[in-house]
Design a protein around this ligand. Structure first.
Ligand SMILES: N[C@@H](CCC(=O)N[C@@H](CS)C(=O)NCC(=O)O)C(=O)O
Ligand SMILES: [Fe+2]
Length: 363
């Protein structure tokens, strides 16, 4: 097998290439957009076919190369179903297995905390931990719907239970370290080794790190695999038409259908009644360009990509039982957003079926 640990100096990000020289199939984990040429050269020189571009999470500090890799070499992009990156080909779920090469498999271990969709990948004797577990550190949990409690459970129950000599390959290192292993992190990681959950929560609450420089740009871009949102959506529609029913993983369409069972959808008439007769916060979860082209009068713009960490800016929603109506263009993104808000503890969330496209026809 060919295995490479690549580094992006700007964002201190590690990207991993795993390839089977016999079948020529390759997989990348966490590719960075500014390093695209490096990946393409590596693939070309070795005559590799990139089967998957996997993300450990929706990154806040750099833009992914996955969308461009899909366009240029046909790789399938994959990110956790809990990330809200609807245009990814595969919505990863805990326990999924990515098969490639003659007999290789990468197993998905859901490790929420840094973000709700943070994922680790186990391949042979190595685990790619993204920003869940870093070398003598761990990902921060103060934005993107992060949870220090979930992170503690993910690290102690899912990663520290792997065999001692599993090699740990992190998503970043800011101090020039490359690898670690489970035994070392379990016994000497200063943020979590031997700490109770309460001690860990106190440490995480006290990190006081500055926000990543690219946060506001990178998160929305990465929800579209790092490429222009219209292109990404066109890509997604084409891929759905040709989707393979035998696959072991889910598409965005499956996910929306699944989520629609957990949320409440309302039709236009009902939405209008509520807006006229009661106090409700209306949130438009589309992108800014779509909002600017026309929107419901009283709506606040909170694109899906920034929803979780900007929702606190709406004073009325300090009360989690406050009424919220979300909408998007056709009702898919808003269904996913309603589900996210419910998971964050909001108890009175409605999604407009048919979205703004339907609304426009009626007004
Ligand atoms: N300074 C960096 C941000 C570094 C950062 O916040 N990294 C995140 C990962 S996306 C983290 O979890 N860091 C944990 C830590 O530094 O302890 C930037 O501006 O991009
Ligand atoms: Fe991160």
């Amino acid at each position: 097998m060919l295995f490479k640990q690549l580094f992006d100096k700007e964002s201190y990000t590690y990207t991993y290439l795993i390839a089977d020289p016999a079948t020529k199939e390759a997989v990348l984990i966490d590719p960075v957009n500014t390093q695209l040429a490096v990946y393409l050269t590596l693939l070309q020189e070795n005559d590799f076919t990139l089967k998957y571009s996997l993300e450990t999470h929706v990154h806040a500090d750099h833009v992914t190369a996955s969308g461009q890799l899909r366009q240029k070499v046909g790789a399938k992009t994959a990110v956790s179903s809990l990330c809200g990156a609807d245009s990814a080909d595969i919505q990863i779920q805990d326990g999924d297995v990515f098969e490639f090469g003659a007999d290789e498999s990468i197993k998905v271990i859901a490790t929420p905390g840094h973000t709700p969709g943070s994922t680790s990948f186990l391949w042979r004797d190595r685990v790619f931990t993204g920003d869940t577990l870093l070398i003598n550190g761990c990902g921060r949990t103060d934005f993107q719907g992060g949870s220090a409690e979930a992170q503690y459970d993910s690290i102690t129950q899912r990663l520290f239970t792997l065999s001692d000599d599993t090699i740990v390959y992190p998503g970043h290192d800011y101090k020039g370290r490359w690898i670690s292993n489970i035994a070392q992190e379990r016994t000497s990681n200063t943020r979590i080794a031997g700490k109770t959950k309460k001690e860990f929560l106190d440490i995480m609450a006290d990190l006081n790190l500055p926000k990543p420089k690219l946060l506001d740009m990178a998160v929305p871009a990465n929800l579209y695999c790092g490429i222009d949102e219209e292109l990404a959506n066109q890509d997604a529609e084409q891929r759905l038409e040709g989707s393979d029913p035998k696959r072991q993983t889910s598409t965005m369409e499956d996910l929306v259908n699944q989520v629609k069972q957990n949320i409440t959808e309302i039709d236009l008439q009902k939405a209008k009644d509520i807006m006229t007769n009661s106090s409700v916060t209306i949130i438009d979860v589309r992108e800014e360009s779509e909002f600017n082209a026309g929107h419901i009068d009283q709506a606040v713009l909170l694109p899906r990509g920034v929803l979780e960490f900007k929702i606190n800016s709406i004073a009325e929603l300090a009360d989690k039982s406050a009424a919220i109506i979300v909408y998007c263009a056709t009702g898919k993104r808003s269904a996913l957003s309603a589900n996210t808000l419910q998971n964050m503890g909001y108890t009175n969330v409605l999604s407009i079926a048919g979205g703004y496209e339907a609304w426009k026809q009626q007004v």
